[in-house]
Design a protein around this ligand. Structure first.
Ligand code: UT7
Length: 364
């Protein structure tokens, strides 16, 4: 029986920070509201393309595994804010990396894109179809944000992370996982004017709208993640007391607290970085996993539980048995080009467009 060990990991968080205070300069909100309802203090804004972030995270993950790009035989890229839909963005990353032996697939399941990719990549290795898989998850969500909608615009940020999976005979890596979708609630998170179902002849087509039912998503997220977590623990024959760290999707600190309570694990065993980055969609778990390792929160042989949810409403959970190595084999110096603008300067044209559009449609 093959397993799929996580042998490399990396992240790319853009350098430019958008604070809660920055948001109050153009939106009717407060640091107090955002902090108390979500735990978020700041988020990052990307000044390049999504694939630039993916490339940095991928190079770091390959360096940590000490592999060459040509060693990789499959790239799975979880994101919905792709540079391009044709060609797919995994192929852009394949080209920029020089990973010429890799098949390249985009996975669009929104926030669960990385966990879906980890599940698929692990199971393809376990079936013997692939040997070395690069799984990338991230989002350039600020590009699609409706900056006139305070209930959604304060929640998200940009970032990307990646891991390398390698075939092994040792029982490590993702040892149990479950993914699913509550499609009857797919209306609860929708980005409009992004796809062929929307009329190109409508004047609104140039503006992405968000249908977002926060409380509905909140309730369903806690329920789906805790049920899936319970199922993967049962499948692996592991009790919650044996779990060393939970590295969940970072959408809202209150969701993380509710999840911890429901699965019965102390809060100090839940990794949290939502205060620094907000919800980076498919980027949250690989970035959090990389930071858990950087902060020595994962030890050899640990059981790491992960869980996620997102638009669809897709959900999933996985139990990882960590291998012997918790430090990178080599380091990459890859990073994004410098940015000489503030976050508000990067976003100014978009904020202006959306606030003018909102004023126009509300008058009509
Ligand atoms: O990865 C999947 C992505 N989805 C999610 O993560 C969503 C999960 N849901 C949530 O995180 C929470 O439901 C939210 C953070 C989105 C909202 O928190 P809430 O405690 O459910 O607030 P609410 O929607 O009940 O709104 C309470 C009040 C409302 O005012 P009224 O009607 O009570 O007067 C809102 O208009 O807060 C108001 N409000 C705001 N006030 C200041 C909504 N957004 C803001 C804001 N600043 N940014």
């Amino acid at each position: 029986m093959h397993y799929a060990q996580i042998t490399g990991w990396g992240k790319c968080v853009p350098p430019t920070i958008l604070t809660n205070k920055d948001l109050t300069t153009f939106m009717d909100t407060t640091d107090e509201w955002i902090t108390s309802r979500t735990g978020i203090k700041e988020r990052r804004i990307c000044h390049c393309n999504f694939s630039d972030m993916a490339l940095v995270a991928a190079k770091q993950a390959l360096a940590a595994a000490n592999l060459k790009p040509t060693d990789i035989d499959l790239i799975l890229l979880g994101a919905l804010t792709n540079d391009s839909y044709c060609p797919n963005t995994a192929s852009l990353v394949q080209d920029a990396l020089g990973a010429t032996n890799a098949a390249s697939i985009d996975i669009n399941s929104a926030c669960t894109g990385f966990l879906y990719g980890l599940h698929i990549g692990t199971n393809l290795i376990r079936a013997g179809a692939h040997k070395k898989v690069l799984v990338i998850g991230g989002e350039f969500i600020s590009h699609y944000m409706d900056w006139s909608r305070r209930e959604v615009a304060v929640l998200f940020g940009d970032a990307c992370g990646a891991v390398v999976l390698e075939a092994t005979e040792e029982a490590v890596g993702l040892i149990a996982s479950k993914i699913g979708c509550d499609a009857e609630a797919n209306h609860a998170i929708e980005i409009t004017n992004l796809g062929s179902a929307f009329s190109k002849t409508s004047e609104d087509f140039l503006y992405n709208g968000w249908n977002f039912e926060g409380q509905e998503v909140f309730k369903r997220a806690v329920k789906a993640m805790s049920q899936a977590a319970g199922d993967v623990l049962a499948e692996a024959g592991i009790t919650i007391d044996q779990v060393n760290l939970v590295v969940p999707h970072q959408a809202n600190k209150r969701i993380l607290d509710a999840l911890a309570k429901r699965i019965g694990i102390p809060e100090d065993k839940v990794f949290v970085n939502v205060h620094k980055y907000g919800n980076t969609s498919a980027g949250t778990i690989p970035v959090a996993l990389t930071e858990s390792l950087e902060e020595n929160r994962i030890k050899p042989g640990d059981y790491v539980l992960t869980a996620s949810f997102g638009a669809g409403l897709t959900w999933g959970a996985g139990l990882i048995r960590w291998g012997e190595r918790t430090t990178p084999l080599t380091q990459s110096d890859a990073k994004l080009p410098p940015c000489n603008k503030t976050a508000l300067e990067i976003l100014a044209p978009s904020i202006q467009r959306y606030t003018q559009y909102r004023a126009r449609t509300e008058q009509a």
